[in-house]
Design a protein around this ligand. Structure first.
Ligand SMILES: Cc1cc2nc3c(=O)[nH]c(=O)nc-3n(C[C@H](O)[C@H](O)[C@H](O)COP(=O)(O)OP(=O)(O)OC[C@H]3O[C@@H](n4cnc5c(N)ncnc54)[C@H](O)[C@@H]3O)c2cc1C
Length: 412
């Protein structure tokens, strides 16, 4: 072949490659852009649009499946792990009517008996399975000195009646989508992502799923057999059981897949380069590093959905240290108690601040979900450190996830 012909051939091949590359890049960007527009449209339709942009789509007109409380009978109690720290409760409705479906990742709110019958203890527990018309399942970890979880493990017996609010929560999997998803559950944080997994496989069996489950070792783990069976049945399910402190008898490749915690290195090594949606639930330490690391890796905010079972929120726009510059000179007045106290910026929330001052306030989930700490805001404004799930308006605030923005007066 003459040099000129060779040059032309190389040029044509190069131009063809560049064209294909540009077309693929354009398609990816266009896809992300249209997705962003779709979510923005949902957001703009939301009435609380003075709140920070939610990390997950806000359900447009979702109503609770029932109002107030519904009675459920404990049908079965199943200890799930060798350590006996996690127990599943199967709950059947006392009224015998079929149960409504819920969104994968949502939770139930329980009103538990307390010393004062007018002030129940309120605790939230994620639904840990797919919907069944005749029962719900929650899986509860017994926390050392934890009142609610110890009550469930030690006091609640088969046949007992529990009062339960309808499934709720904004941390849920969008089953209308079929793109690849990464489900990450660490410790008891497996519960909502397990529900997502079970529902997703039933709904879209072909959907590519990467499932990471982090525990210290097999004695702490739950439902490993179930997960292994699913991974065998569904070639599109990529399962990673991660043991941070495997027992001497546990064999990598048989009992678990990865020795160590779930971190960004593991994700980067195991995930193909695709626009995944990430759903994460785990302890604060994991969320605090994993969520920012995913962002550094280039995962867009809108692709990262997370929940922690407590006050933690990794992307709090306002960590206590950040508040300090702007809010150290603010005061909080508790009108019922007749106290005006300078705000302490190191307090994570108004709830924590009030408790530290000996002011009696109600609380439940400490995560902006149950609405128990809703308090009248007589004057001033607050900033939310995470998107409230319970209903709020301009005259009230959820103490557990808010800090003062201006001088404020609370009816407490
Ligand atoms: C949306 C949502 C979903 C959830 N889903 C689940 C789920 O699926 N499964 C699950 O197990 N949990 C779940 N939780 C957490 C659950 O709601 C409770 O927070 C958890 O069970 C602890 O409640 P408790 O009453 O046992 O502990 P609390 O009595 O409220 O105590 C809270 C923590 O403080 C510690 N503590 C209590 N007293 C002391 C003391 N004297 N000294 C030192 N430490 C102390 C306890 O160990 C506990 O860790 C969820 C929470 C939310 C917000």
């Amino acid at each position: 072949m003459a040099p000129l012909q060779l040059t032309i051939l190389i040029s044509v091949v190069l131009i063809a490659q560049l064209t294909i590359f540009a077309a693929v890049a354009f398609y990816r960007h266009w896809h992300s852009f249209t997705e962003l527009k779709r979510r923005l449209a949902i957001w703009e339709g939301h009435p609380e649009n003075n709140l920070p942009l939610p990390k997950t789509p806000v359900p447009p007109t979702d109503k609770l499946a029932w109002t107030d409380l519904r009675e459920f009978r404990v049908d079965r109690k199943v200890i799930e792990n060798k350590q006996q720290t996690l127990c599943s409760f199967y709950l059947v409705p006392v009224d015998g009517k079929p149960l409504p479906a819920f969104k994968p990742g949502q939770y139930l709110t329980f009103h538990l008996p307390s010393a004062d019958p007018n002030k129940p203890s309120i605790r939230c527990y994620s639904l840990s399975d797919k919907p069944h018309p005749d029962h719900y399942r929650v899986t509860i970890k017994k926390e050392p000195s934890g009142r609610g979880s110890t009550f469930f493990h030690e006091q609640v017996q088969v046949g007992d009646i529990l009062k339960v609010k309808a499934p709720a929560g904004q941390f849920y999997l969008d089953t209308a989508e079929t793109g690849p998803i990464v489900l990450i559950g660490s410790g008891v944080g497996i519960t909502p992502v397990l529900s997502m997994l079970n529902i997703s496989l039933g709904h879209s069996p072909q959907r590519p799923i990467w499932f990471y489950y982090g525990v210290r070792n097999g004695e702490e783990a739950i439902m490993q057999e179930h997960l292994n069976t699913l991974a065998t049945q569904y070639p599109n399910l990529h399962l990673y059981l991660c043991h941070s402190q495997p027992k001497a008898h546990e064999i990598q490749g048989t009992d678990y897949h990865h020795a160590g915690r779930i971190d960004i290195t593991l994700l980067r090594l195991t995930l193909p380069l695709k626009p995944h949606q990430f759903y994460i639930c785990g302890p604060q330490a994991m969320m605090d590093t994993l969520v920012p690391n995913l962002k550094d890796w280039g995962v867009p905010d809108l692709h990262i959905h997370y929940e922690s079972f407590g006050p933690a929120s990794p992307t709090q726009s306002s960590s206590p240290s950040k508040h300090s510059q702007s809010s150290s000179d603010l005061t909080v007045t508790f009108s019922t108690s007749g106290k005006t106290i300078p705000w302490q910026p190191e307090s994570a929330s108004l709830l924590e601040f009030a408790e530290g001052q000996g002011i009696r306030v109600d609380f439940g989930c400490r995560a902006g979900a149950c609405g128990c700490c809703t308090t009248t805001l007589e004057s001033g404004e607050v900033t939310y450190t995470r998107t409230p799930e319970a209903e709020v308006n301009s005259n009230t605030c959820l103490l557990c996830i808010s800090i003062p923005k201006t001088h404020i007066t609370l009816k407490a």
